[in-house]
Design a protein around this ligand. Structure first.
Ligand code: KG4
Ligand code: ZN
Length: 344
C-alpha cells in the first residue's frame, strides 16, 4: 500500500491532498482564488501565480496535519506538471521538487488531464479499463478511449472553444458572474430551455469533434435582441451544450465498441443537466455510467495524488529535471484538428 502527496496549481485552485493506493483520501485541502479573479471576469495568469505562491506551503503543511502524517510517511510526491497556466504550474512543480529533494522521496509529474481522466477510478473501484471518457473542463473538451494508465487514444476534440470556456464566456455576456459554469446552471433552473432558438454546432457531423464558438456568438445575439431574460438564454444555452455533448458522445460510442463504460470527468461534469443527459445516453447503449462526485470533478489535488498512486504502482516516477509544460496532450499521436488552435 502506498501513500501519495498530491499537489495541484495549474489554474486558479491551489490544492494539496494525501491519498492511499486503497483509495482512502486521508486529507484534501483546496484554496480557491475566486475572489482574486472575479473583478476581471476570468482568470488572470499573473495574479494566479502570485496567489499560488502565497498559500502553497501552508496548504501542504495543513494537509499533512489533517492526515496525521509527516513527509517521512509519504511514498512519493505527485504534482501537476502541465498543461495549464505556466506560472502556476511552475509554483507547484518547484514546491514538489523541493519537498521531494529534502525528504528523499520520488517525484511523479502528473498530466493534469490524466488527473481528471483517472479521477472516476478513485471514486469507484468498479471502473475498469478500457472506458470511453468525455473530458469536459475549462480548457479542454475531448472524447478519449482510456486503455490504461498513460494510454489514451483521443477520438475527438474541440475545433475552437472548450465547453467550460463557453459556459464562462456566456455567463460573462449575460452578467451572471464568475465562475461561469455554476452561475449559468443556477440561472438555467429559473429559465425555459426551449425559449431561445440556438444552434447545435457539429451536430450530425461524422467525426465526433466539438465546436462551441458559434454558440457563444449566438448567446451574444440573443442578449442583444432584448427579447429574452438572462434565465431563458442560460437555460437554452445549457440545453444546446447538452445536446451537442450527447450527439458527439453517441458518435464516439459507435467508434469505440470495446469500451466497457461511459465516463465523464472535468469541471463541466459537475453540471446536473450534463450528468443526467449522459446517464440516459449510457443506459440507451447498455453501458454503465460513471461520474465522480461534484468536488472531484472540478480541479483538486486528490485526483493528482490518485493519478500519482496509479503511476507509482506501475513504477512510473520522474527525474528532478522534469519540466513544467503549458501544453501537454494526453494522446501525443492525435492529429491536429483544423481550427483547433492550442486546444488540440
Ligand atoms: O476542471 P476544471 O475545474 O478546470 C480546468 O481544468 O479547466 O473546470 C473548470 C470549468 C470552468 O469552465 C467552469 O465554468 C466549469 O468547469 N464548471 C461548470 C460547472 N462547474 C464548473 N460548467 C457547467 N456547470 C457547472 N456546474
Ligand atoms: Zn482541470
Amino acid at each position: 500500500m502506498s501513500l501519495i502527496l498530491g499537489i495541484e496549481s495549474s489554474c486558479d485552485e491551489t490544492g494539496a491532498a494525501l491519498v492511499r493506493s486503497d483509495r482512502t483520501i486521508l486529507a484534501h485541502r483546496l484554496a480557491t482564488q475566486e475572489k482574486h479573479h472575479a473583478p476581471f471576469g476570468g482568470v488572470v495568469p499573473e495574479i494566479a501565480a502570485r496567489a499560488h505562491v502565497e498559500v502553497i506551503s501552508p496548504l501542504v503543511e495543513n494537509a499533512l496535519k489533517d492526515a496525521g502524517v509527516t513527509l517521512a510517511d509519504v511514498d512519493a510526491i505527485a504534482v501537476t506538471a502541465g498543461p495549464g497556466l505556466i506560472g502556476g504550474v511552475m509554483v507547484g512543480l518547484v514546491t514538489a521538487k523541493a519537498l521531494a529533494h529534502a525528504a528523499g522521496k520520488p517525484l511523479i509529474a502528473v498530466n493534469h488531464l490524466e488527473g481528471h481522466a483517472l479521477s472516476p477510478r478513485l471514486a469507484d473501484p468498479a471502473l475498469a479499463f478500457p472506458y470511453l471518457l468525455l473530458l469536459v473542463s475549462g480548457g479542454h473538451c475531448q472524447l478519449l478511449l482510456v486503455e490504461g494508465v498513460g494510454r489514451y487514444k483521443r477520438l475527438a476534440t474541440t475545433i475552437d472553444d472548450a465547453a467550460g470556456e463557453a459556459f464562462d464566456k456566456s455567463a460573462k455576456l449575460l452578467g451572471l458572474g464568475f465562475p461561469g459554469g455554476p452561475a449559468v446552471e443556477r440561472a438555467a433552473l429559473a429559465g425555459n430551455p426551449k425559449a431561445v432558438p440556438l444552434p447545435r454546432p457539429m451536430k450530425g457531423h461524422a467525426e465526433p469533434h466539438f465546436s462551441f464558438a458559434g454558440l457563444k456568438s449566438a448567446v451574444l445575439r440573443a442578449r442583444d435582441a432584448g427579447l429574452y431574460s438572462a434565465e431563458d438564454i442560460a437555460a437554452s444555452f445549457q440545453q444546446a451544450v447538452v445536446d451537442c455533448l450527447l450527439d458527439r458522445t453517441k458518435r464516439a460510442i459507435l467508434k469505440a465498441p470495446h469500451a466497457t463504460a461511459l465516463v465523464v470527468a472535468g469541471g463541466v461534469a459537475a453540471n446536473g443537466a450534463v450528468r443526467a443527459g449522459l446517464e440516459g445516453l449510457a443506459a440507451k447503449h447498455g453501458l454503465p455510467f460513471f461520474a465522480p462526485p461534484l468536488w472531484l470533478c472540478t480541479d483538486n489535488a486528490a485526483m493528482i495524488a490518485w493519478a500519482g498512486a496509479e503511476r507509482f504502482a506501475e513504477g512510473l516516477v520522474d527525474g528532478m529535471d522534469v519540466q513544467a509544460r503549458a501544453r501537454w496532450p494526453l494522446d501525443p499521436s492525435a492529429e491536429a484538428v483544423r481550427g483547433a488552435g492550442v486546444k488540440a
